[in-house]
Design a protein around this ligand. Structure first.
Ligand code: ZN
Length: 493
């Protein structure tokens, strides 16, 4: 088979008449085809009146043959002629008929003459010796999606394989060069029905089909709105297989389309299952929460409820809202559930510093499997906890590297109040945190431990931060160590 071409057909060019009826043969005999350069061969039969125009309504069926170096050999009426569309349609179906007869000499090929049980009258009907039946429709005239679907289903219901060969400017709208195409609604419906888009150009005697990255999604039922182009092959170069055109790659295209459709269906059903399980998960948490609040006689801290702002952050962080949704469904916890589990864990660490990993390991077993926006959501929540006074860390939006989280209060208690004197957070008698302009961090614990200094990645050289490493009770006195109050801790108030 020769290489395909992408040059668009020239529909506006007049369709030459290349088929004639031989009056010496029966009425059901195949039409006589006038090949390129064959005018001399058939001239005598035409002038003798053996070859006549096959159109039943022809006013003057007498024919002659013509052909020059520039014009393809064709039959010409001695007077009159036929509309180009009529001629193109007639030529198209007879080309297909001749093509099928060549490929299947033992099969029955009917052009225009066969009526199926349901009353359909295909342009070409092929009945293979194995019993397989294929109906060809050469569709040059306008057709609606519903009409196409109705006729398509009628064939399918009769057990007849239908092959649609579209043609003409109604179905073939080139977009610039390179064979790029715009597909109309009918064509998209055809693809959506897992049927390839095949073209027939009766003038050029070429078969075409639609390829490009848009085809597989369209075959799968989820078109991307473009990415179509055409490839054309000379009809004589093509061989049918099992009665249908077998263009190189066509079988693979249909297989990939089915695969894509199946993939989408699986994804949808997984989404449904996830949605159901997310719904179930949220309901379950709702019940647990109600029980907890009843036992405690007070609502759980509001800080565990997802704020609208956080929602926006999460969604903006992700490639799409859908990705977030899918990911959320996979989570074993509702948003407020995992937040509450972390808060409940804080109760066991008041007055001490613990690493993020230790906090998560204790509160959310399996957290390491959570991906996507989870780290950002966690940072959002920790920052909210700090703003509300439950915990403290030095990093701006999250604990900095190796920094521990200082726990001031947990789920069971109230966060220490703020005072007008800078910001003082008093969690319990053993912990005091002062955050003010002059002394950035002062944390005093009951046990005397070494001062630990860590350089955070936030500060510049002029304002280095001290941060608390995990698992350490201690005093961070960096600001005091350098300021006028060097060596002295402010009194607890
Ligand atoms: Zn005629």
């Amino acid at each position: 088979m020769s290489e395909p071409t992408s040059s668009p057909p020239r529909f506006r060019t007049r369709q030459p008449q290349v088929f004639a009826r031989d009056t010496r043969l029966g009425s059901s005999a195949p039409m006589v085809y006038l090949p390129r350069g064959g005018a001399d061969m058939l001239r005598h039969d035409a002038t003798a009146g053996h070859l006549v125009c096959p159109f039943p309504d022809c006013e003057d069926p007498r024919l002659t043959v013509r052909g020059t170096r520039r014009v393809r050999d064709h039959f010409a009426h001695r007077s009159g002629g036929h509309a180009p569309e009529t001629l193109a349609h007639h030529t198209g179906k007879n080309l297909i008929g001749a093509w099928l007869r060549r490929a299947y000499p033992k099969a029955a090929v009917h052009v225009d003459t066969c009526e199926t049980e349901s009353g359909a009258r295909p342009d070409v009907f092929l009945s293979l010796p194995c019993g397989r039946k294929v109906a060809y429709e050469v569709q040059l005239a306008h057709l609606t999606e519903d009409e196409w679907l109705k006729r398509h289903h009628r064939y399918r219901n009769e057990g007849i394989r239908d092959v649609w060969l579209f043609g003409g400017i109604k179905y073939y709208r080139p977009l610039g060069g390179g064979g790029a195409l715009k597909l109309g609604r009918v064509a998209l419906k055809v693809l959506d029905s897992e049927h390839p888009i095949l073209f027939l150009d009766p003038r050029a005697e070429q078969l075409g089909w639609v390829v490009g990255e848009g085809v597989i999604p369209a075959l799968g039922g989820s078109p991307i709105g473009g990415g179509y182009r055409a490839e054309w092959f000379d009809l004589t170069d093509c061989q049918p297989m099992a009665g249908v055109p077998n263009l190189p790659g066509l079988h693979e295209q249909m297989r990939r389309g089915r695969q894509f459709r199946q993939h989408l269906a699986e994804e949808r059903s997984r989404d449904d299952a996830l949605q159901r399980s997310a719904h179930w998960r949220d309901e379950e948490w709702g019940a647990v929460r109600a029980k907890l609040e009843l036992e405690r006689g007070r609502p759980l801290p509001r800080v565990i409820d997802l704020s609208a702002g956080e929602d926006v952050v999460q969604n903006a962080d992700e490639q799409g809202a859908r990705a977030v949704e899918r990911e959320q469904f996979l989570w074993p916890w509702s948003a407020s559930h995992w937040r509450w589990l972390i808060m409940a864990e804080l109760d066991h660490h008041i007055g001490s510093t613990l690493s993020m990993a230790a906090l998560l390991d204790a509160s959310l077993p399996g957290h390491e499997k959570l991906g996507g926006s989870w780290p950002r959501q966690l940072d959002c929540f920790l920052t909210r906890l700090r703003d509300a006074g439950y915990i403290w860390f030095a990093g701006q939006a999250a604990p900095v590297a190796k920094e521990g989280i200082l726990v001031l209060s947990g789920e069971a208690g109230e966060p220490p109040p703020e005072t007008p004197n800078g910001r003082r957070l008093l969690a319990n008698p053993s912990v005091c945190l002062i955050e003010s302009a002059s002394a950035r961090i002062v944390w005093q614990a009951s046990q005397a431990v070494d001062v630990l200094r860590l350089r955070s990645n936030r500060g510049r050289s002029t304002s280095k931060w001290s941060a608390l490493p995990p698992g350490v009770l201690g005093t961070v006195t960096r600001a005091l160590a350098e300021g006028p109050d060097r060596g002295r801790l402010p009194p607890l108030q």
